[in-house]
Structure formats: structure tokens, C-alpha cells
Design a binder for this molecule. Structure first.
Ligand code: ZN
Length: 256
């Protein structure tokens, strides 16, 4: 029998938890096949109970079942939903980070083919902690945000890596009618633990001092105000804890 909402809605006894996206207050939302979900009252994110998050071994085994071949045309079309709008706004020869690139960094290959440089970091498949200590013109997260166990800390960290005028490009499914949540394919992935709405990213962007623009049904571009290629300082950067100056590429050119 398909899981209907009536069967799925068994509320947890607890009534309050901290939202892992915005640290606001979350309330019990739904329990589906023993998995308890919470809904943030402030940013509207839905998230799996913290006590039910998968361990790293479970996550890694599941990720290895994904087929993310850089040569796969269908996968490249999928990634183009983020790559196309991002490429339209990037300056020539920009520097980026593909955060959570997975075992087959197809997006990086696409962006590099367009003349940009892309560094990779993935805690499971391409760990490079030093990549998180540099500054970038853009950072991408494709099908990563829904896996994050500590999204508030991660988004804050990544926002801090972006130069003024830079972008944080995120692709993740943005919500669904609550009546369809229990049967939603995206929810059934055991490693998907947080589900965002457009409102979630608007709140997140505002709290990080970023602008937010939805450019596709499942893609948002968050932009740090300022001009990365001309502004030597970034007064707004303090809002996101950023210490990244304008593009080092341009700085080097100016000195030459
Ligand atoms: Zn929240």
C-alpha cells in the first residue's frame, strides 16, 4: 500500500527542536516509516530528526550507488540547470570551488571547459581541507545541501569563502506540497536529511548578507554584494564572517 498522509502522520512526543538551517525553533511535522521530520517555523526547512541522521559509513555506501559519470550526456544536462545560469553571470576566468563534488566531478569539467578554474572538495571522495581556507569567485553545491547534517555552519563557512560580487550556486529540490511529502522520491533517499523551500534560501541569504535569486525550479544563486573585480574592500562581508578581498587575479593584474 502506498504511504498516504493519514498513515504517515504520527507525531513525535517531543514538541521542540532547533532548526539545523537557521537555528530557529522547529516543530514536529511528520513521521514516515519511523523517520521523524521537523519543520522550522522561521525558515520553513523540513529536516530529519537529529537522532536519526545516517552515519558516515552508511552515507558513503549510498553515494557509491549514484551514477555521476562526467561523460554521461543526461547527467550533464541535469547539471546544466545550474551551470547555464551561473556561466551567464561569471566574469571571465573566474575561480571556483565545487563543494561536495562526489566521485565524478562533472560540473567542474563543464565550468573549466568554459574557461574557469574549479577546485574540488568532497569529504568522502576528494577531501581537501585546504580548499576551505581560500577565497573564490563562486562556490557550487549541486545535490549536496539536502545531505548536510549541519547546514547552518556549512552555509556560513561557504559564504565566508566568497569574494564580494561572488556567487554561491545551489541546486536542490525546493519543497513539495506537504500532502505529497511522505511519498516523495527525494525524501525516500536515506541520505537526504534536510529539505528546503525558496523561503528557506531567502531567509538564509538574508541572514548571511547575500542576495537571493531563484533561477530554475531547483536552483538558487546567492550573491555577495559588492564588486569582486574592482572593489578593494567589502564592508558587507562582515555580515557573513567573510575575510575574502576582491579577486586575487585582478589584484595581481593591477600590480603587474
Ligand atoms: Zn530554520
Amino acid at each position: 500500500m502506498a504511504w498516504g498522509v493519514a498513515q504517515a502522520m504520527v507525531m513525535d512526543q517531543s514538541t521542540h527542536a532547533a532548526c539545523r538551517v537557521c537555528l530557529g525553533g522547529a516543530r514536529p511535522f511528520m513521521t514516515v516509516q519511523g523517520r521523524r521530520y521537523w519543520r522550522c517555523r522561521r525558515c520553513r526547512a523540513t529536516q530529519l530528526d537529529a537522532r536519526q541522521l545516517p552515519d558516515p559509513g552508511t552515507e558513503r555506501r549510498h553515494y557509491l550507488t549514484h551514477h555521476n559519470d562526467p561523460a554521461d550526456e543526461g547527467y550533464r544536462r541535469f547539471l546544466a540547470r545550474l551551470a547555464s545560469p551561473l556561466l551567464k553571470v561569471l566574469d571571465r576566468a573566474s575561480e571556483g570551488l565545487d563543494f561536495g563534488c562526489g566521485p565524478g566531478p562533472a560540473l567542474a569539467a563543464m565550468l573549466e571547459a568554459a574557461g574557469h578554474r574549479v577546485r574540488l572538495h568532497d569529504p568522502f571522495f576528494r577531501p581537501d581541507p585546504a580548499a576551505l581556507e581560500r577565497c573564490y569567485d563562486f562556490v557550487t553545491l549541486t545535490e549536496v545541501a539536502e545531505h548536510l547534517h549541519r547546514p547552518h555552519a556549512v552555509f556560513r563557512q561557504l559564504a565566508g569563502l566568497i569574494r564580494p560580487g561572488g556567487r554561491l550556486a545551489v541546486m536542490t529540490a525546493l519543497g513539495i506540497d506537504d500532502r505529497r511529502f511522505a511519498n516523495w522520491r527525494y525524501r525516500r533517499d536515506p541520505t537526504h536529511v534536510v529539505f528546503y523551500r525558496a523561503a528557506t534560501f531567502r531567509y538564509l541569504a538574508s541572514s548571511l548578507g547575500l542576495d537571493c535569486r531563484r533561477v530554475a525550479p531547483d536552483v538558487v544563486l546567492l550573491r555577495k554584494p559588492g564588486s569582486g573585480r574592482s572593489s578593494p574592500t567589502a564592508p558587507v562581508a562582515a555580515a557573513s564572517g567573510a575575510r575574502c578581498p576582491a579577486s586575487t587575479t585582478e589584484t595581481a593584474r593591477a600590480r603587474a
